[in-house]
Design a protein around this ligand. Structure first.
Ligand code: PFF
Length: 456
């Protein structure tokens, strides 16, 4: 009897504490998006103006989308697809959840490859490779390394295995425990790096670049890139907040959790900017270097800094920790989906998911080398997965989420989630503002930016 019951509705895991939820959410949000993607996008899009548009999107669109995902996840206590089906039985809304799972599959495939680069660079830092001369060939090293066949695959394998090993232990004993220890470590390292960078002799130029906007550089591409980056960095439209939200206690305050997560992620991006840009300018390097910025430029800087060897170790350790706390959240979205929709055991689901993603990741990695001639819509597999996830699927996912909460979901259920069934006081004006953002502003803005990009 007990076994049969266990089989039919298995007991769902939950987060253990509200601090645990916050570090897990912030851990998902803070990642390669902050340390790798944000700095090079800022550099390619002209600095402060991009940052201001990005912050406006985080506040006006990011927070409403995050809150909507939270409402869906915690209300339904289910995976990304199951959530929509539970709240709108007999409808086609489950497709929105499937899109989110597909989005996570695409992101994790290339994410694990870049995480693997982090593994290689940390090992090189530990051997003091960046500070023992020979810094002139750093750029060709990056290109040669990422285009080679075996080494990146070995590193990608290690990164994927590490993520799977954490997720196998579940939400409370795996994800939450890991994030609780690693997020504070990460925060301390990054503050230290920012202080070091800001006290360089020529830090001023980098600060100006980060904080004084030059609006003449803003184009429609800048706007789409800023929106895509806001969604990517906050892990929105990918079912992450739905999935983590489904493990959050009914007593937690999802409003303040959303605000705190957005704040932590944005602060972290700015701290990363302060750690990277002053150093870039101080050494006379161009900020518009592109995706190689942290992997080519930074090692070059480390080789010229006093104590550069130790700083390199800290930086790539931080990068790896940030990447892991995000990759486990991507994995968890897919794993929770497999456990609940296909009735698999966690171990089986993790093994299956990690294997499929490992294969896809291998394709991404090889597409930068031997499979480079294989193009889809003119892009390599790696670039296609990156572009389609951040600039298409996450935006569609976010759009569907706000439409669902704004127009489909029961008003009373939404109010219960926001106020914890009446035990929290939520001011009328706030509900009004939120309703406006979720029903009208967010859908219209997301749609307008996507359509404008397609036609231009
Ligand atoms: N937010 C992560 C980053 O900035 O690196 C990436 C990410 C994680 C996106 C989890 C989506 C997700 F579900």
């Amino acid at each position: 009897m007990k076994d049969a019951e266990h089989h039919h509705h298995h007991v769902r895991d939950t987060f253990g504490s509200s601090f645990g939820v916050l570090v897990a959410l912030a851990g998902s949000a803070v990642g390669l998006g902050n340390l790798w993607r944000f700095p090079y996008l800022v550099g390619e899009n002209g600095g402060a103006a991009f940052i201001l548009i990005y912050i406006a999107f985080v506040c006006l669109l990011g927070i409403p989308v995050m809150l909507s995902e939270f409402i869906i996840g915690r209300r339904s206590q289910s995976n990304a697809r199951g959530a929509f089906r539970r709240l709108a039985p007999g409808s086609h809304w489950g497709v929105a959840g499937i899109l989110a799972v597909v989005c996570c599959i695409l992101i994790l495939s290339f994410y694990s490859v870049v995480g693997g680069w982090g593994v290689e660079y940390l090992l090189r830092a530990l051997r003091f490779d960046f500070t023992s001369g020979g810094s002139s060939d750093l750029s060709s090293f990056f290109t040669t390394f990422t285009a080679s066949t075996w080494k990146p695959l070995v590193c990608h394998t290690a990164f994927m295995l590490a993520s799977a090993l954490i997720v196998v232990f579940g939400v409370k004993n795996g994800i939450e425990k890991f994030s609780k220890v690693m997020m504070p470590v990460l925060f301390v390292i990054m503050i230290g790096l920012a202080v070091r960078s800001l006290t360089l002799p020529d830090a001023g130029a980098g600060i100006t670049y980060l904080f004084r906007p030059d609006w003449s550089k803003v184009t429609s591409d800048t706007v789409l890139a800023a929106l895509g980056q806001a969604f990517f960095s906050l892990s929105l439209g990918s079912g992450m907040v739905i999935t983590y939200g489904s493990y959050v206690s009914k007593k937690a305050n999802i409003l303040s959790l959303s605000a705190q997560t957005a704040l932590a992620d944005t602060l972290f991006a700015l701290i990363a900017g302060c750690a990277i840009m002053p150093a870039v300018f101080a050494f006379g390097i161009s900020p518009g270097e592109g995706p190689g910025l942290v992997f080519i430029t930074l090692p070059h800087i480390f080789s010229n800094l006093p104590f550069g060897g130790a700083i390199a170790i800290l930086f790539f350790l931080a990068l790896l920790l940030a990447a892991l706390t995000s990759s486990i959240s991507l994995l968890e979205v897919i794993v929770t989906f497999c456990i609940e929709e296909f009735k698999l055991k966690r171990k089986t689901a993790v093994a299956l998911t990690a294997f499929v993603l490992w294969v896809l990741g291998c394709l991404c990695s090889l597409s930068l080398g031997v499979l480079g001639d294989w193009r889809i819509f003119g892009k390599t597999v790696f670039d296609l997965f990156d572009y389609v996830s951040a600039n298409v699927l996450m935006l569609i996912g976010g759009l569907l989420v706000v439409l669902f909460v704004g127009w489909k979901m029961d008003r009373k259920a939404i109010h219960d989630e926001l106020s914890n069934s009446g035990s929290l006081h939520v001011p009328e004006w706030f509900i009004g503002l939120l309703t406006f953002l979720v029903r009208y502003l967010a859908p219209a803005a997301i749609l307008a930016i996507m359509v404008f990009q397609w036609i231009s």
